[in-house]
Write a protein that binds this ligand. Structure first.
Ligand SMILES: N[C@@H](CCC(=O)N[C@@H](CS)C(=O)NCC(=O)O)C(=O)O
Length: 206
């Protein structure tokens, strides 16, 4: 199975399935397409009909695109791992917040882009971005209160992978956060799979 991704420095969508596969120790081949180059589009279109990364290419040669569809497919291929919570109500909740992340938070994305090595506290703190952050903090606080830590639904899973790039944004732009959010962000940053992605991004920045 092959995962086609963009630059680790700033391809927030690519980070999600990559971290998920890496965390659960699922073997995959990585193909990295450098973004914003003259040949970027043609290279991506050679595998991904949407012209976007990430794109998963299964062993049967089927392309799966859109990060949420990719993580759903990975979960279906590996039922031995609880990538979604086993409990039906928790699973519905995890799916809701993952879909909310996938479809929303445009102000945060636009004003605080994922640039892993950037440290610019206070930058991008528009009212729209701060409203998005308030909603994200409410989601995290609710999930963590119910799960009792360390991750949104107890063990690390798809919902956490969906929010991992948000943590990278928080690390860069340091918005004011609750202690609960800061602790969760620290746990995500320290997760070996996330640390490996960050290392890859730092390599790219050299
Ligand atoms: N909704 C898509 C977004 C994918 C996306 O916007 N990918 C960006 C990189 S992070 C991309 O492929 N950009 C290259 C281009 O548009 O040429 C997903 O969830 O996968």
């Amino acid at each position: 199975m092959k995962l086609v991704i963009g630059d680790k420095l700033n391809s927030s969508w690519s980070m999600r399935p990559w971290v998920l596969l890496r965390h659960f120790g699922i073997p995959f081949e990585e193909t990295l397409v450098r973004l914003n180059r003259s040949d970027t589009k043609s290279k991506i279109l050679a595998v991904s009909p949407s012209g976007k990364v990430p794109c998963l290419v299964t062993d049967a040669g089927e392309a799966v695109w859109e990060s949420l569809a990719i993580v759903e497919t990975i979960a279906e291929m590996h039922p031995e791992h609880a990538m979604w919570p086993r409990d039906a109500a928790a699973r519905a909740h995890a799916r809701s917040i993952s879909a909310e992340m996938h479809a929303g938070f445009a102000d945060l994305r636009q004003n605080m882009p994922m640039e892993i090595t950037t440290r610019a506290p206070g930058q991008g703190a528009t009212s729209g971005a701060l409203a998005n952050i308030a909603r994200i903090e409410a989601i995290w606080a609710d999930c963590l209160a119910k799960s009792g830590d360390p991750f949104l639904f107890g063990e690390f899973g798809i919902a956490d992978a969906m929010f991992a790039p948000v943590v990278m944004r928080f690390n860069s732009y340091a918005p004011e956060l609750s202690a609960t959010s800061l602790d969760y962000a620290k746990r995500i940053t320290a997760l070996p799979a996330v640390a490996a992605w960050i290392d890859g991004a730092r390599e790219e920045a050299r």
